[in-house]
Design a protein around this ligand. Structure first.
Ligand code: SF4
Ligand code: SF4
Length: 187
């Protein structure tokens, strides 16, 4: 006579997996030696006592190289969160060649980024035509007051000290570039 196998619903299977993982974390020595030692079994880094080094290209904070910024407003226009605030004025600069007309140049009066609104998409860094914005992997700038997450140009410029020098792209990304297929020939 055939016995009918009762199938355990997925919900209880999931609970069992969670429970077993919790036991492994709490008792890393196994149930034969049930001495609780959650910090040995956990994979969580005990921040801030232990600090992990973020990857070089981590998006921690945006740094501004003020000398390169022409106040063109491109980054502020492209920012999907409207969290870049730029103000500038025009000034006359000496002509490039002798006898030429004085040039009109933009001068930066204000450059602020509100990191309370920023979603770290990186569009501003990508679109800047003058290499004035850079990612820094620095992430320790939380504030008790949300208003203080508005970084002004001085603070953004100070972040430049934490921008790592350029490292070559990883092998995988080169392969991705090469993998772009050739256009299909039309008959
Ligand atoms: S950071 Fe770049 S894109 Fe933004 S205003 Fe300055 S030069 Fe223009
Ligand atoms: S990273 Fe994105 S959201 Fe943040 S300031 Fe740049 S464009 Fe705006």
């Amino acid at each position: 006579m055939k016995t009918k196998k009762i199938r355990m619903p997925g919900f209880f299977k999931g609970l069992k997996v969670t429970f077993m993982t919790m036991l492994k974390t709490l008792f890393p020595g196994g149930l034969k030696k049930p001495v609780p030692n959650p910090s040995a079994g956990a994979h969580t880094v005990q921040y801030p006592r232990v600090k992990e080094l973020p990857p070089t290209r981590a998006r921690g904070v945006i740094a501004l190289h003020t000398e390169n910024c022409t106040a063109c407003m491109l980054c502020a226009r492209e920012c999907p969160d409207w969290c870049i605030y730029i103000e500038g004025h025009k000034e006359l600069a000496p002509p490039r060649r002798e006898g030429g007309k004085p040039r009109q140049v933009n001068k930066l009066d204000r450059f602020d980024i509100d990191f309370a609104l920023c979603m770290y998409c990186g569009i501003c860094v990508e679109v800047c035509p003058f290499d004035a914005l850079f990612w820094s992997p620095e992430f320790e700038y939380s504030e008790p007051k949300i208003d203080d997450l508005l970084h002004d140009s001085k603070r953004l410029t100070n972040w430049m000290d934490t921008v790592p020098s350029f490292t070559e792209y990883e092998d995988g990304s080169e392969q991705k570039v090469r993998a772009v297929p050739d256009p299909v020939e039309k008959v």
